[in-house]
Design a protein around this ligand. Structure first.
Ligand SMILES: Cc1cc2nc3c(=O)[nH]c(=O)nc-3n(C[C@H](O)[C@H](O)[C@H](O)COP(=O)(O)OP(=O)(O)OC[C@H]3O[C@@H](n4cnc5c(N)ncnc54)[C@H](O)[C@@H]3O)c2cc1C
Length: 565
């Protein structure tokens, strides 16, 4: 049933109505449904169409109609206790129709247990206890937050920059990934499939052998742009504003972002340098479920967006698409050299440069990287995996999250793990989630030994099974998660590291060139005034929460260092 339009609404022209994304509410009790729709309309009616249905079945029909018209659904609000389809069952089915829509369950206090279970079953975004009075406090902030997150995702896929390229081209993939991770609204056009892409190329006068090409909103055309060139033209990169800082942070993952938030909010002149895009590894996580305070989990890109906004609001300077390439010590000054010759001078430095994916060393993998083989979750590829057979290599939480995420898009997801079970490498909640998803298959004692290509992109994987036999299997995409290593070569000869490149800190540096009579602070490296936090530190925990904790703790130690220096 469509929401009963008021006189004003009736007068809106049809196009305007269609442009507004929908919020669909479902409840079998007419009075409650009317109250939900009324409150949603009051809070969000200007920007969204509020639609309602009296049962899960009717709501699914409504969603099919909306989709058939090519319109968007931003939010689903469902009552849990309904005859026939329960709220959770409805949301499971609705997820197949509108996977991007945010999902909220309305529950009575007695149903809290069902709501908590639904967090796993349907990737629920929030559960709301009835009654939600006053809506200004109980309903509007929650819905506003979910809609802002949805809007930022929707904006990323519409308008802005248009990127035209070949789907199976590493350069095209890297460009799309870079724009998505830096949250630049961009639309992807596949030159093989989209006639619009070919028309645009003809108008811009670009040859098909000069792809990928980025068409910017100001009309400029960048053929095969480098990330730095694109970042410069889009205003993502910025030159440092100051001559000298209290704190330079290298790396914009959770550790670096936390340090930026605490450093700036506690009065330190703080600048954070990030090589690619804020968020680090966490920014590539499809759903972080174990970060305290987010019972329904949150996506890595959401965490990165929130933390970046927070750091900026509190006064931290962010210098992105710039890489730290050397550290110099000059008296009490600490100097960081950047790619392109820039130099940052500071009293203290925090190295929070994390780790990068380890590459799979088997024939075909290097050649096909970006063309069917991807390291990390490569979330930008998810849509292209619709109904395809996707392989995920690795048995840790990151691989498990990716398998769950891709199962919502791909026809079939096969996980290849070398161990005999997932229990030693993956959290129990993820193992349970995976077991409950019918289109994920877990193959233990199995490994991919060759990647074969056709026309420049992945076609098949040669797989060795538990009995040593080999099979060649068609593969449309393969996502690799086989651990990670720090990239700290730029600190060679300056800061003490272990044999794998992880940075030593605190008591560990005493026998590794520590020059002072005082003890090093807990997160201080072998160079006084240079601190380390997060995954790049030797013996770190490799979790978002611990990286955030260390980033904030480092700032407190930096205060002590500055006070005594
Ligand atoms: C797919 C995936 C899913 C995950 N899921 C979870 C989860 O659910 N829960 C959990 O707790 N943990 C999870 N993790 C682990 C978690 O993301 C990491 O422990 C955490 O991100 C570490 O934070 P960090 O700041 O130390 O480093 P990183 O996140 O690695 O960030 C380091 C940053 O430094 C930048 N950088 C590196 N070198 C330089 C340089 N020289 N100059 C400038 N910048 C540089 C990098 O580009 C990067 O952005 C996941 C990891 C992955 C990959």
């Amino acid at each position: 049933m469509l929401d009963t339009p008021g006189t004003d609404t009736e007068q809106r022209d049809d196009q305007d109505r269609r442009r507004r994304p929908a919020i669909v509410a479902v409840d079998d009790e007419p009075a409650v449904l009317a109250a939900v729709a009324r409150d949603l309309r009051r809070g969000f009616g200007e920007r969204y169409r509020i639609m309602r249905a009296g049962s899960g079945g009717d709501a699914l029909d409504l969603l099919k109609q909306i989709r058939a018209r090519g319109e968007q659904v931003a939010l689903l609000v469902a009552d849990q206790r309904m005859p026939g389809l329960s709220g959770t069952d409805y949301l499971v089915r609705a997820r197949e129709l509108v996977p991007e829509a945010k999902r909220v369950l309305l529950t009575a206090y007695a149903d809290t247990e069902a709501a908590i279970q639904a967090i796993n079953e349907v990737s629920l975004d929030y559960y709301l206890l009835k009654p939600w009075d006053p809506p200004e406090e109980q309903l509007f902030p929650v819905v506003e937050d979910l809609l802002t997150t949805w809007e930022s995702g929707a904006a990323l896929e519409s308008g802005g920059v248009r990127v035209i390229g070949h789907r199976y081209s590493k350069q095209s993939h890297d460009l799309r990934d870079f724009l998505a991770r830096n949250r630049v609204p961009a639309r992807w056009l596949d030159v093989e499939r989209d006639s619009e892409a070919r028309e645009l190329l003809a108008v811009a006068g670009v040859d098909a052998d000069r792809l990928p090409v980025a068409l910017l909103e100001d009309g400029s055309v960048l053929e095969r742009p480098t990330m730095l060139e694109l970042a410069g033209r889009l205003g993502i990169t910025a030159e440092p504003a100051g001559d000298h800082y209290d704190l330079v942070i290298v790396g914009g993952g959770p550790a670096g972002l936390a340090a930026a938030v605490y450093g700036a909010s506690e009065g330190l002149r703080t600048v954070m340098v990030e090589r690619e895009a804020p968020g680090g590894q966490a920014g590539q996580s499809s759903r972080i479920e174990n970060y305290l305070g987010f019972p329904a989990g949150l996506s890595g890109s959401d965490l990165a967006r929130r933390a970046t906004d927070q750091a900026r609001r509190l006064g931290a300077e962010l210098v992105t698409v710039q890489e730290a390439v050397a550290l110099r010590v000059e008296g009490s000054g600490r100097l960081i050299e950047l790619t392109g010759g820039g130099l940052l001078s500071a009293n203290t430095v925090l190295v929070a440069s994390g780790v990068s994916y380890r590459q799979l060393d088997a024939p075909g993998f290097a050649e096909l990287t970006g063309a069917g083989i991807y390291y990390g979750a490569a979330l930008t590829e998810a849509r292209a995996c619709q109904d395809q057979h996707v392989f995920v290599i690795g048995g840790a939480n990151s691989a498990g999250q990716a398998a769950v995420y891709f199962s919502g898009y791909a026809g079939r997801v096969t996980m290849l793990i070398r161990a005999d079970s997932l229990t030693r490498s993956m959290s129990q909640y993820l193992i349970e989630q995976i077991a409950a998803i019918p289109n994920i298959e877990v193959r233990t004692l199995s490994e991919a030994i060759v990647a074969e290509g056709e026309d420049g992109h992945l076609r098949a994987l040669r797989i060795r099974g538990p009995d040593g036999s080999e099979t060649l299997e068609r593969a449309d995409a393969c996502f690799v998660f086989i651990g990670a290593a720090p990239r700290t070569d730029w600190l060679e000869g300056v800061v003490a590291r272990d044999e794998r490149g992880f940075i030593l800190a605190g008591p560990d540096v005493r026998d590794h060139g520590w020059p002072l009579s005082r003890d090093p602070y807990a997160l201080e490296t072998s160079v006084p005034g240079v601190f380390v936090a997060g995954d790049v530190r030797m013996r770190s925990i490799k979790r978002v929460a611990s990286a955030v904790g260390e980033g904030s703790m480092a700032v407190s130690l930096i205060h002590e260092y500055l006070a005594s220096a």
